[in-house]
Ligand binder design. Structure first.
Ligand code: ZN
Ligand code: FE
Ligand code: FE
Ligand code: ZN
Length: 271
């Protein structure tokens, strides 16, 4: 069994191609399931440059995913997912949105940190060397809060912050440990997100150091490419499968209507 649970579409304004092209590429790769998980709408024009509107969700995204699931059901299981931003103050709106829709899974991701009053984007941003240390701590604190929010099934790219340079140290390591403990306590899974392989980090999210800590806590895994173009579906999955073997005892999570089950991972068949 092999799946890609993290794919985007052009509705989010920074990805290429419609959902159908992602699904078709997943079929071509022989994946068993593909999850559409584009950036969810958010309240109050929050980062509207990187997401669909609520109107587009209902008029386009939701019906498209349902149609694709039906159209391709003999070839692949199409799951309806969404990647939701975790940001303080938006939880009530987000909960209502999630409850109103029959998602198979919900990925919770931190793309902005704002726990100390000022909102800092992790997208398209350069930070001064001296800011990066604090940013790491704030990022893992936000991951912890996202796990405790009760909103999500999967914690997305849980060390995205390393794109500004890897940091460790007492404060950061402690914040990371607390985040992982919260993920365990909330019984969530983390994704092996291969998009880091396509970026200067040159390794999946999260790093092996974090995967080793997650394994100790028995945090289950799932799998996604975070494709922002159809050609990236399943990208780097040879590496991801090895990581699941090593840190997930060869098992990862599937979702159906937000019910989770664990299955054995299999290698991506060469095309
Ligand atoms: Zn994106
Ligand atoms: Fe993300
Ligand atoms: Fe994503
Ligand atoms: Zn993402």
């Amino acid at each position: 069994m092999i799946v890609d649970y993290h794919t985007h579409t052009d509705l989010c304004k920074h990805a290429e191609g419609g959902a159908e092209e992602y699904v078709q590429n997943a079929i071509a790769l022989g994946l068993d399931e593909v999850g559409c998980s584009d950036h969810a709408p958010m309240p109050d024009n929050y980062d509207e440059r990187h997401r669909m509107s609520l109107e587009q969700y209902y008029s386009t995204y939701a019906p498209t995913v349902s149609e694709l699931a039906e159209k391709y059901k003999k070839s692949i299981v199409v799951r309806r997912g969404v990647e939701v931003d975790f940001f303080p103050g938006t939880g009530g709106w987000v909960k209502k949105f999630i409850d109103e829709n029959d998602f198979d899974f919900v990925i919770g991701s931190v793309h902005f940190v704002g726990s100390r009053g000022s909102e800092k984007a992790l997208i398209g941003q350069d930070y001064k060397e001296e800011e990066v240390e604090d940013l790491h701590e704030e990022y893992f604190e936000a991951i912890k809060a996202s796990a405790e929010s009760g909103l999500f099934d999967i914690i997305g790219h849980c060390d995205l912050i390393k794109k500004f340079g890897r940091r460790s140290g007492k404060r950061i390591d402690e914040a990371l440990r607390e985040a992982l403990k919260a993920i365990r306590k909330a019984d969530l899974c983390i994704e092996i997100n291969t998009s880091g392989l396509r970026r200067p980090e040159r390794e999946p999210y999260p790093s092996e150091r974090i995967l080793a800590a997650a394994k100790e806590l028995r945090i289950p895994l799932t799998l996604g490419s975070d494709a922002h173009k159809p050609a990236d579906v399943g990208g780097g999955f040879d590496i991801a499968v090895r990581l699941i073997e090593k840190y997930g005892n060869g098992r990862f999570c599937l979702f159906d209507k937000r019910e989770r089950r664990e299955v054995k991972v299999s290698a991506l068949k060469p095309a």
